[in-house]
Design a protein around this ligand. Structure first.
Ligand code: SF4
Ligand code: SF4
Length: 425
């Protein structure tokens, strides 16, 4: 492909057409640019991967760019990736491979069904095999492989959050057997200090509702959905095998999860490997079914202006927008307002698809974190509290509140924490 070729043109010194003189530059015609002149080697390397074929279906309409959260703070989106691939970019070694948060907003609007949720894991898997993986992500993947959680904490410490909790919790790793609700606590509720607050709140709410529930305790391992999206399909398969065996060991009516990523994994991806269906609900769905009982118990008031952040993996990926809102609106005294980007058009926090562990790399290619952009929006609509229901988000947004100098202006709380406060008042 030579620059020179595209500058070639044909120009006639004398041309009289229909009696009109269109000589010289007025009749200048460029030779057709043959698209086959592009070097497709790197594009074809992507299209040859099982799962990544749809990258080639892009017809450059640009619907995806306006909705891509990463483009909002940088320059990104499937259309731009395709164009760069046409121009010879090697995606397997390029930072663009790791910027997509798999938020699903581009697929929602794409007329050609270019599916980043399949393209990204396929290309990332190959990149990992070739040894091209960002250091911060590599560390997380090693931790999950070795310890069963991204933090690299021991399995024993998974129940440390219960230490000062004066509430009964059945630990199925010590007392296996049948239970109505198997509550999958998840990594961030188990190990992160702010997640611990929400986990303790969940126990109090379950107990006040009289739910017969149990947890897997030290036998619980990471659900693996983010690791799958990072391209670690082998690690995902190991985690599926382990968690599935634990679910089988402890028969249950419902599998209630704290984490939308776990919800997505158990609902949509574990069945592909195990052949089993899981009676899985996100905790907001489970509690929304108990809304009448909850309303009677909600005696305290929460007199604050709040807004709600839809988690991509509960909302756009799985279509659940109402259950969290049902709970929020049931809280006495609350003043609820939507952000501009909500429900189907909800803005990603930046934590999905491995983004949770890629802040260093994304920071080099974006003007601000997605979570910072979101915090500004929450403040713009007049909220005092940003309400969330995904374990990744409390820590992400609390960091963003600090880094945008908004400490004191915006608080971040999980829905379960607010319910717990109003029940126990
Ligand atoms: S919306 Fe789909 S077809 Fe249109 S530019 Fe984006 S990826 Fe390509
Ligand atoms: S999935 Fe989300 S972050 Fe990834 S390219 Fe599409 S819109 Fe952008």
């Amino acid at each position: 492909m030579s620059e020179h070729k595209y500058q070639r043109h044909v120009e006639k010194d004398h041309a009289i057409i229909d009696g009109i003189d269109v000589s010289g530059i007025w009749n200048r015609m460029w030779e057709p640019r043959e698209i086959t002149d592009f070097d497709f080697t790197n594009l074809n390397k992507v299209l040859d991967l099982s799962g990544a074929e749809s990258m080639g279906w892009c017809y450059q309409c640009a619907q995806c760019i306006g909705v891509c959260p990463v483009d909002n703070v940088g320059s990104y989106g499937p259309r731009k990736l395709y164009r760069k691939l046409q121009n010879g970019m090697d995606l397997f070694t390029h930072s663009d491979l790791w910027l997509c948060t798999t938020c699903n907003n581009c697929l929602r609007v794409c007329p050609k069904e270019v599916d980043m949720m399949k393209i990204m894991p396929a290309v990332r898997e190959q990149a990992i095999l070739e040894g091209n993986v960002p250091g911060e992500l590599q560390e997380m993947l090693q931790n999950v492989a070795e310890y069963g959680n991204p933090m690299g904490e021991s399995a024993r410490k998974r129940i440390r959050w219960m230490k000062n909790l004066d509430e009964p919790v059945r630990d199925l790793s010590k007392e296996p057997g049948e239970v109505d609700v198997l509550w999958y606590v998840s990594d961030y509720f188990s190990y992160h200090p702010r997640g611990n607050d929400a986990a303790q709140a969940m126990v109090r709410v379950f107990n006040r509702l009289g739910i017969d529930f149990g947890i897997l305790g030290r036998e619980e391992k990471c659900d693996g959905d983010s690791q799958r999206l990072c391209g670690e399909s082998g690690l995902f398969e190991e985690l599926v095998e382990h968690n599935h065996a634990m679910f089988e060991k402890n028969p249950h009516e419902r599998l209630v999860v704290s984490d939308p990523h776990a919800y997505n994994a158990f609902k949509n991806h574990y069945p592909e490997l195990t052949g089993s269906e899981y009676p899985v609900q996100h905790y907001t769905q489970f509690l929304a079914e108990h809304i009448d009982q909850l309303k009677e118990m909600l005696t305290g008031r929460f007199e604050r202006k709040v807004t709600f952040h839809d988690p991509c993996y509960l909302g756009r990926h799985n279509g659940e927008y109402e259950a969290p809102r049902t709970l929020i609106e049931a809280i006495p005294g609350i003043e609820f307002m939507e952000m501009y980007r909500c429900k189907q058009q909800g803005y990603c926090c930046g934590g999905g698809g491995g983004g949770m562990w890629l802040d260093g790399l994304t920071g080099e290619h974006t003007s601000e974190r997605l979570s910072e952009n979101r915090v500004r929006e929450a403040i713009m609509v007049g909220a005092e509290v940003l309400v969330v229901c995904c374990p990744y988000e409390v820590s992400r947004f609390e960091d963003a509140v600090k880094s945008t100098d908004n400490e004191g202006a915006l608080e971040v709380m999980d829905i379960i924490e607010i319910i717990d406060m109003c029940i126990n008042n």
